[in-house]
Every structure is written in C-alpha cells, then in structure tokens.
Design a protein around this ligand. Sequence first.
Ligand SMILES: NCc1[nH]cc(CCC(=O)O)c1CC(=O)O
Length: 330
Amino acid sequence: MSETTTVNVGTRKSPLAMAQAELVVKALQKNYPSVHFEIQGMTTTGDRDQNTALYNFGGKNLWTSQLEDRLRAKELDFVVHCLKDMPTALPDGCVLGAITQREDPRDTLVIKPSLVQQHGWKSLADLPDGSVIGTSSVRRMAQLRRRYPSLKFQDHRGNIQTRLRKLDEDPNLTAIILAAAGLQRMGLDNHISQFLESDSGGILWAVGQGALAVECRADDERTLEILRTLEDKQTTLACLAERNVMRTLEGGCSVPIGVETHWVDGKLRLRATVVSVDGTESVDTEKSEVVSSPEEAEEYGKRVALELVERGAGKILDTINERRQPPSST
Ligand SMILES: NCc1[nH]cc(CCC(=O)O)c1CC(=O)O
C-alpha cells in the first residue's frame, strides 16, 4: 500500500463511538503504519431525536443509515458501529468487513451513588419494592419485570455520560441499566453495582452486545483486506448465531429478545428468550453445538429461533407487533 493512502473512517459523534473508532484505528495502525486513518464523527438522527420513543421508529435505523449513505457515496471507506445497533439486514452494497473481539457482553445495574452510600445497596435483590429503574430498552424492561415484578420503569435516553448524570440528578430514579462494554471502554466501570448474568437472577443481553462491527462496501477489496486483520473468529461465530435468532424472528432492536452465548469445551452454548412487554409471559431455550463456519453459525441461530417459535414466541411477538404504532415520520 502506498505511503500517501488515506482511509476515511466514519462513526457517530458520541464519546463512546469516537473512542471505539480510535480503538479500531489503533489496532489497524499497527499492521498498516504508513496509512493515514482519518476519523469523522457524525451526529445521526438517532442522536438528535431524544424524545420519540424508540419503540415507535419502526424498521428504519436511525443510527446507521446516514453513515451507510456516506459509505456508499465513497465519502467514507469504513464505518465503526456497536454491532448491537446494526440491523440484521444491511443495505445493498454494504457488508460487515469485521466483527472484533467482544468486550464483556453483559448488562449491568448502576445504582444511584448516594443510595449506595446511604443504604449499601449492591444488587437488584437489595432494591425496595417500587424502586424506579431508568431504561428505554423493552428487552431490559420486560426481562426485569418478569423477575422483579415490583420494580417500576422510566424512559431513560442519551449517551452514557448523560445517563449517568441524569441518574444522579433525577430524584425519581433508583438505578439504571447499562451495557458493561460501553462503561468499560469509557473507563467508567467503577459505576457498576452488579453484572446481570442470567445465572444469578439477571437478564440475557442484546444480540451483538459488546462487539464492534466494521462495515464497508462489498466491492471494496482493499478495505476488506485491511479489515480482515481485525476479525475475531469466536466472537464472529457467536454474533452471527445471535443475529440469526433475531433475523429469523423478524424482531428489530425494539422487541424483547435476549440472548447469551458462551464457548464451553469447543461448543457454542446459546440461550435465548422472548418476553412479553409486561413480563408476564416468556419462552426460553438453550442449546450447545459445535459451530465452525459462518454458515453453521447462522443455521444454528435459525434453529434456535424456530425452537422458540415452537414454544410460543410467535404469539408473544404478534401481540407486540399489533400494539406498535405506525412508524414515526421524523
Ligand atoms: N443503545 C446504545 C448502545 N449501543 C451499544 C451500547 C453498549 C456498547 C456495546 O454493546 O458494544 C449502548 C449503550 C448501552 O446499551 O448501555
């Protein structure tokens, strides 16, 4: 590659997105010392519109589509996203060039610091009846309602720093739920009160949570070659399986599907759940299989999804889709 090559890297302008793009560029710079990587932050509609409930946006992806437009216009060579924020179907001409090694994929509970000091609360089990949890994720809300019916919920949006500040300032809030990965990447993991893994009364995470996705043009061989050096095989196979559970169930990021994957003795263990929004109904499944190629991972995810349907997930999802309002025009 020539000395003067510049590669244009796009991402959202939030502190987390910028930090993630820098991590990716740092890893690439080691392998391609003479290439100049230029990071461009962009404020997307999803960042701007903090008021419309996420639930009402329908299929349109407000965090990724504008960056993808710039990718297709060749103003950008690749885009760094949280994999979790990416729809399961990419626009024509765009592909996942790499999925990088996953950070901790779990959700965490962050209790208001003044309440921790005052009462010593450490976990969901410590919180009194009627405690108010800030989250805008129906997946988090539905699963928590199922396990802790006495909790109350309040819509909670914004970047990580904003959410932590609102937790401090809003007298109604007891705690919030945040992904471990975002807090860890920002050096804010000292705020974590409890990791919410399913084995200890927690919840299943979002498809792709904790992994970074790097998207590029399908016909851009040069960029695809550069990005291949970032790929983490175990993360990629696990995430492709998770994404195909979601794709098969035709659930966007706004439906309460939780997953959890672990590599145990060379096999990929996959747990999945679909929960009704009010937390009263749920179906779960768990499998463990040898998975060694992207095709096998996707096939595995599909089988897990079909098993959920067999156990009644379709009925739960239909009820959610019937209640959803038409997509907002904003
Ligand atoms: N919904 C926003 C979002 N997208 C990805 C992450 C976390 C980082 C990741 O999953 O890689 C977050 C914040 C959160 O859910 O706490």
